[in-house]
Design a protein around this ligand. Structure first.
Ligand code: CDP
Ligand code: CDP
Length: 214
């Protein structure tokens, strides 16, 4: 069983996906971390994340230990992630890893929850349950600003808003696997919903689906 959760930056994918995976006893993969870790590797070398060769080499050298670390959560790394994510070969390199985890979850797990931008459209188009989360860019910037401010009191809302707008534009405009709702996804506008309300709505859909397919 695969559950796909896609949507733009700070729409609440990770928070939701982690809770759904816990509730279902499924594995969880935050696919954004793969792109973030690739972007961070290129930045650490002092190179441009839009440089094809540097980004492809970084993606090929990725190991699971690269996926940990608070520094991956910064907007600077998020921006680098969306630059490497626009390079087709980088996406191809990272695709197998995502598909393997989705199709062969670790021992003891009966399924997987993946969150990202192209899970329902490209990584796991066969997933029987797909969600697409949205919220206005101002609401999303507010959510990300609050997260960042907890770690860095000097975070600036206007800057977070601008970075999210740039990242959304880049993610939606790229040629390969752009941010787009799958035609069979359930759309949830989370603007006026808190994380609990989104989780409850999603679990209700999952239970209905499971009940119908028993
Ligand atoms: O993974 P993604 O970037 O889509 O978002 P996230 O990091 O899971 O969520 C961003 C922040 O929004 C977190 O602090 C959540 O607690 C909060 N939030 C949410 O996830 N869902 C809502 N409906 C409202 C707020
Ligand atoms: O948490 P947030 O939504 O801010 O970002 P993320 O999910 O960690 O993703 C960081 C960047 O990686 C995105 O802006 C995308 O450019 C890229 N990404 C992607 O292209 N495809 C995915 N499946 C996941 C992330």
């Amino acid at each position: 069983m695969i559950i796909a959760i896609d949507g733009p930056a700070a729409s609440g994918k990770g928070t939701l996906a982690r809770r759904v995976a816990d509730a279902m006893g499924y594995a969880y993969l935050d696919t954004g971390l793969l792109y973030r870790a690739t972007g961070a590797k290129v930045l650490a070398l002092g190179l441009d994340p839009s440089n094809d060769d540097a980004a492809i080499t970084a993606a090929e050298k990725l190991v699971s230990g690269d996926l940990d670390g608070e520094e991956l959560r910064s907007e600077e790394v998020g921006s680098a992630a969306s630059k490497v994510a626009a390079i087709p070969k980088v996406r191809a390199v990272l695709l197998d890893f995502q598909r393997d985890l989705a199709r062969t979850p670790p021992a003891g797990k009966r399924g997987a929850v993946l969150d990202g931008r192209d899970i329902g459209t490209v990584v796991c188009p066969e997933a029987p349950i797909k969600f697409y989360l949205t919220a206005s860019v101002e609401e999303r910037a507010n959510r990300r600003f609050k997260q960042l401010q907890e770690k860095n009191p000097a975070a600036i809302y206007e800057r977070v808003l601008k970075e999210l707008e740039e990242r959304d534009a880049r993610d939606s405009a790229r040629d390969v696997a752009p941010l787009k709702m799958a035609s069979d996804a359930i759309h949830i506008d989370t603007d006026r919903l808190n994380a609990d309300a989104v989780f409850n709505a999603v679990m209700a859909h999952i239970r209905t689906h499971m009940g119908e397919n028993d």
